[in-house]
Ligand binder design. Structure first.
Ligand code: HAM
Length: 421
């Protein structure tokens, strides 16, 4: 047998049913916040990602030259395609709020919560530069997790790229992108290695130690400005901390309150220009559940038009780990699902008519047509998540009634077909 590729996943119905529930919660939350759905190809021109997504992501693409000699890639993230769609229709009145749930591909080292193919819920607002738009985006991510039953199980870490850039500049960085990339690895590297890398970037071990102390601690979001002033009194980042605090108060007014200021959250992607944020499980055991930020320059790079933007991406893999751990990975009980089991050849016509009758009334009704062994058919019915079996034989055909068996209790009764619901 040919095996599945490493880092990819198969989904059988027992998991796919739960995944569909999760995706519909995501869609429902997006709709609640007024977002509209979009979609785009899984394959895009490589150019769309070059110089925009950053070195790390570029090195992870599944890219190749197609038969027409074009350099193409399976999309590793949703944001550039979303921006491309917006740029291609210049006269859409702004602001716009869009969401999508594409599959994405990244050649990463597979581990728990990290796969080479994942589905990602993305939501973005274009043409609204206000801190309230930032709050709507973070709020939607929080609302989605709350609706999945994770209220109180996660925290949102926020920071601001402009603040970090000012700090790095004030400390003599030789390269801001490199400095941010080093900080981004804070929770993955040893302290010694962090100091060594930061000292290389800042040209001073002393500054590296100061920056390291600053990024080592998360504080409540309301304390962000004090924390920055305490460490860096001269960087004048008040405007940015005010923006962040406006975002945080909007979130608190909606009761999304687990927000902390975390200077180590800078995000790996290069295009962010303002607030950046990541959602983590409270214990900090998994990688980020979602991440995003403001990226006001990406549109200029891709489409040549200026367009402010803020958004997030939420992957399915970490979410699955967390939901399983919290016992929330469960098939929800929904409406009854019937399978009509015909146990006599001559009753076939009656069964088919009944299936058509139930379906016309919007009731889920499958047919089971092997006609041989009732107990096998019942076992298969239970394994396929039907709630009830309708057993049709000669007797039922003659009486015009149906024998309905509840598959979880085993209870069986004769019913008028009009009473089945
Ligand atoms: P990202 O942080 O690269 O951001 O990914 C967002 C989320 O996708 C992560 O928090 C994680 O849940 C999930 N994810 C990423 N890579 C993997 C992987 N290899 N396996 C499983 N899950 C993964 C972005 O992609 C940005 N484009 C998000 C965004 C939208 N920014 C603005 N708008």
């Amino acid at each position: 047998m040919i095996e599945r590729l490493k880092g990819f996943r198969d989904f059988y119905p027992e998991d796919m049913i739960v995944r569909e529930q999760i995706f519909s919660t995501m869609r429902r939350s997006a709709k609640l916040f007024g977002f509209m759905p979009i979609d785009y190809p899984s394959l895009e021109s490589m150019e769309l990602f070059r110089t925009k997504s950053g070195e790390e992501l570029l090195s992870q693409t599944y890219s190749f030259t197609d038969r027409g000699k074009r350099e193409v890639t399976l999309i590793p993230e949703a944001t550039p395609s979303t921006v491309r769609l917006l740029g291609a229709k210049k006269n859409i009145p702004k602001p716009v709020k869009w969401y999508c749930i594409p599959k994405l591909w990244r050649y990463e080292e597979p581990q728990s919560g990290r796969t080479r193919e994942h589905s990602q819920f993305n939501a973005d607002i274009f043409g609204d530069a206000s801190p309230i738009a930032d709050a709507e985006i973070i709020g939607l991510a929080c609302e989605t997790l709350n609706s999945l039953g994770l209220k109180g199980s996660f925290e949102v870490r926020i920071n601001h790229r402009q603040i970090m850039e000012r700090i790095l500049n004030s400390m003599g960085t030789r390269n801001i992108t490199e400095g941010l990339n080093i900080i981004d690895r804070f929770r993955k590297e040893t302290r010694e290695r962090m100091i060594e890398n930061l000292a290389g970037n800042l040209g001073s071990k002393e500054n590296a130690e100061i920056l390291m102390s600053f990024i080592s601690e998360k504080v409540p979001a309301s304390g962000a400005d004090d924390r920055i002033r305490e460490f860096f009194p001269n960087i004048h980042s008040e405007k940015f901390s005010e923006n962040m605090s406006e975002t945080v108060s909007a979130l608190e007014s909606w009761d999304y309150s687990d927000i902390v200021f975390d200077p180590a959250t800078v995000r790996g992607l290069t295009y962010y220009t303002g607030i950046v944020f990541e959602g983590f499980d409270r214990e900090g055991r998994y990688r980020s559940i979602f991440g995003g930020g403001r990226y006001d320059n990406l549109s200029t790079l891709i489409t040549g038009q200026e367009m402010t933007a803020v958004g997030f991406g939420m992957g399915d893999a970490v979410l699955e780990n967390l939901l399983r751990e919290k016992n929330l990975w469960k098939i929800e009980t929904g409406p009854n699902r019937y399978v009509i089991i015909t146990i006599a050849d001559e009753a076939q016509k009656f069964s088919l008519k009944l299936a058509g009758y139930l379906r016309a009334r919007g009731i889920e009704a499958a047919t089971s047509n092997t006609h041989k062994n009732l107990s096998n058919s019942l076992r298969s019915a239970t394994a396929n998540w039907y709630t009830h079996a309708i057993i049709i034989g000669k007797k039922e055909m003659e009486s015009g009634k149906a024998t309905v068996r509840n598959l979880s209790t085993g209870e069986q009764k004769e019913m008028d077909t009009a009473d089945i619901n």
